[in-house]
Design a binder for this molecule. Structure first.
Ligand code: ATP
Length: 609
């Protein structure tokens, strides 16, 4: 899809300029425009948290109120003369509170995360109304918040209510939007999106998920704190209901109506909410019924516009009929050239030390022994296969190798270093990559975006707060993406969302994501599963290519492929190690034939004569 540079920024600037002149003609007012922008600033942070990271917070009022009351208290009590400094301190206070709440909340997911944020929101409301009422004014709030001034000393101009104050809010919203948009395009931002799409996979690729979530939470709290401070300024009064649950709830509804993951959506939702509220209430004789009508309208909107107002507009814009799909890669995107080198393995092989070693690994699920006392060592730069009948414990063993599953006893060593207990993110950062038996992709991301997320893990480490650079502007990462696309033969499908790829393509993307991290040891769990004969041949040759300069461990049921590719084979049976040796030794092993291959032969080759 052809992108017009800076279109959202230009469109937003135009809307902000005409809005105060337009609104009074369509049932709005300048005051309404200011409130919409204040909600919009609160919503920018919330959308980064909810729309991008997938964390639904019901406690944004806690940060909105904190920012607002800290700024208002400093100003009303003449601790500070400058509104700008008070706003900055209120914003920082909200951010600090965000660190505390986020620290406790981001390790929980789904409803538990939402409940923790809700509880903190309610606690903040209680604190504001009771123990801290001497500072917050309790139910009365804090009146007398001054307007900001532009300039210094006697020549400073007061930005009084009306157009000047609207200008302040519009400027804050515009800059807030630019920053938020920049964040969404940064490496940090694209990793937030990956976390929303598939959290365990983001961790398996080497991204420190809790730290990203915490950072997103704090950014949302900072936006909320600023919006809270501006609320006091625009009303000359800091109201106690800034802390109320209603504020958090209204923000969620406005964001859903306006469009989740669009940045501008919460502001549009707020505009609709406030416009309907004011205009419905002014209908003669309607009384309290306006709330019922507002509710019905919102239910209708949620049903009719699944993506929200801005989401639907964006969807239609992106899918408008303009001929050929012409997705433009980012500035540093590199055409996949044959022979382009992949990231070198992280650890250079020292032949004397095993690349990967399992020492007496066991995993029990209640009474079930999925893996029992399994030890083996894998030589650097070799292709090693793990085979065994269904339920033998192969996938469980693999999960323990990457520390996705913690062993009941025993441990795993990568080049002599213990990786057990470090978790999949650290294990990935140390050089273990894994593709799964069932595809675990980022469904709405394209292969190019997915591989970029993988390559960024290697390039940037587990966590980095690089908010201002472009994710698609890092030349080394783009080279790695292009090289991986070429290796897994997905160049022609690089810009299609992963969910719409064919099965074989998804399998190749699954492998490609593990490969793009540049692992030293690559674990492939049933890479050929579900592939057509042609795809199997191509994937076998892909495995051979990948295995040239790194250690490969594959689980596979296709015995022809195993005996053709592997230099050594480990056989599991009923959770235990049955045999470990060269393909010839395994083929000749009576124990293996009896327990496994024999059983298969009986199934596939009925006895002659
Ligand atoms: N999370 C879990 N909870 C309980 N039991 C489990 C769990 N994961 C695996 N198991 C059990 O552990 C045993 C080994 O399973 P595993 O998936 O590792 O076998 P596998 O050799 O990979 O099988 P397949 O070839 O069918 O994938 C099975 O009996 C399985 O039901």
């Amino acid at each position: 899809m052809r992108r017009i540079p800076l279109l959202p920024e230009i469109a937003l600037a135009a809307v902000l300029i005409v809005l105060p002149f337009l609104l009074p003609h369509v049932g709005g007012s300048l005051d309404m425009a200011q409130r919409v922008l204040d909600w919009g600033i609160l919503g920018l942070g919330f959308d980064l948290l909810f729309g991008w990271t997938g964390l639904l917070s019901f406690g944004q009022a806690a940060f909105y109120g904190t920012g607002g009351f800290v700024a208002a208290w400093l100003l009303v009590n003449n601790v500070l003369g400058s509104v700008w400094v008070a706003l900055a301190l209120g914003t920082i206070a909200a951010g600090l509170f965000g660190i505390v709440v986020g620290w406790l909340a981001v390790r929980r997911i789904g409803i538990y995360f939402a409940m923790i944020t809700l509880a903190f929101g309610q606690m903040a409301y209680f604190l504001e109304n009771s123990p801290l009422s001497a500072y917050t004014g309790g139910e009365n709030g804090l009146p007398g918040v001054p307007v900001p001034r532009l300039g210094w000393g006697a020549s400073a101009i007061a930005l009084s209510p009306g157009l000047p104050l609207y200008g302040v809010l519009a400027a804050f919203f515009f800059v807030g939007f630019l920053l938020a948009r920049r964040i969404t395009r940064s490496p940090f931002g694209v990793i937030l999106r990956a976390i929303k799409e598939n959290t365990p996979r983001a961790a398996m690729l080497g991204h420190a998920v809790p730290r990203y979530k915490l950072a997103a939470f704090v950014i949302a709290a900072l936006y909320a704190g600023l919006a809270g401070g501006l609320l006091g300024v625009l009303q000359s009064y800091m109201p106690p209901d800034a802390f109320a649950l209603d504020t958090s709830g209204q923000l969620v509804v406005q964001t859903v109506i306006g469009g989740v993951g669009t940045l501008i959506g919460p502001m549009l939702g707020a505009a609709l909410w406030l416009w309907l509220r004011d205009n419905l209430q002014s209908i003669p004789g309607i009384g309290a019924l306006w709330k019922l009508i507002l509710g019905l309208i919102f239910i209708g909107l949620v049903i009719a516009l699944r993506r929200g107002i801005a989401g639907e507009i964006r969807h239609r814009w992106r899918h408008r009929p303009i001929g050929a799909d012409t997705v433009q890669p980012g500035p540093a995107a590199v055409a996949a050239a044959p022979g382009l080198p992949l990231f070198a393995p992280l650890v250079r092989a020292a032949p004397a030390v095993p690349a990967l070693e399992a020492r007496a690994l066991s995993k029990r699920y209640g009474g079930l022994r999925a893996v029992e006392d399994v030890s083996f060592a894998i030589r650097p730069n070799s292709i090693h296969a793990v085979i065994g009948p269904n339920g033998a414990g192969k996938s469980t063993l693999f999960k323990m190798l990457l520390d996705e599953v913690h062993p009941t006893t025993g441990d795993v060593h990568l080049f002599g270093r213990r990786v057990t207990g470090l978790g999949p993110c650290r294990a990935a950062q140390l050089g273990i990559g894994k593709s799964n038996q069932l595809n675990t992709l980022f469904p709405d991301l394209t292969p190019r975006e997915s591989l970029r997320i993988a390559a960024l893990a290697r390039r940037r480490g587990a966590f980095r707060l690089d908010l201002m650079r472009r994710a698609d502007g890092i030349a080394a990462v783009e080279r790695q993406v292009a090289a991986t696309l070429a290796v897994v033969e997905l160049e022609a499908r690089a810009e299609v969302p992963a969910h719409s790829l064919a099965y074989g393509e998804k399998r190749r993307l699954e492998i490609g994501m593990a490969l793009a991290t540049g692992p030293t040891v690559l674990l492939l769990d049933e890479p050929l599963a579900g592939m057509s004969p042609t795809e199997r041949t191509a994937t076998r040759s892909l495995i051979r290519t990948i295995g040239r300069d790194r250690t490969l461990v594959i689980i596979e049921h296709d015995m022809d492929a195993v005996f053709e590719l592997a230099e050594r084979v480990t056989v599991l049976y009923d959770g235990r190690l049955l045999a470990d040796g060269t393909p010839e030794q395994i083929q000749q092993s009576q124990a293996v034939q009896d327990a496994y291959l024999g059983g298969m032969r009986e199934r596939h080759e009925p006895a002659r004569g």
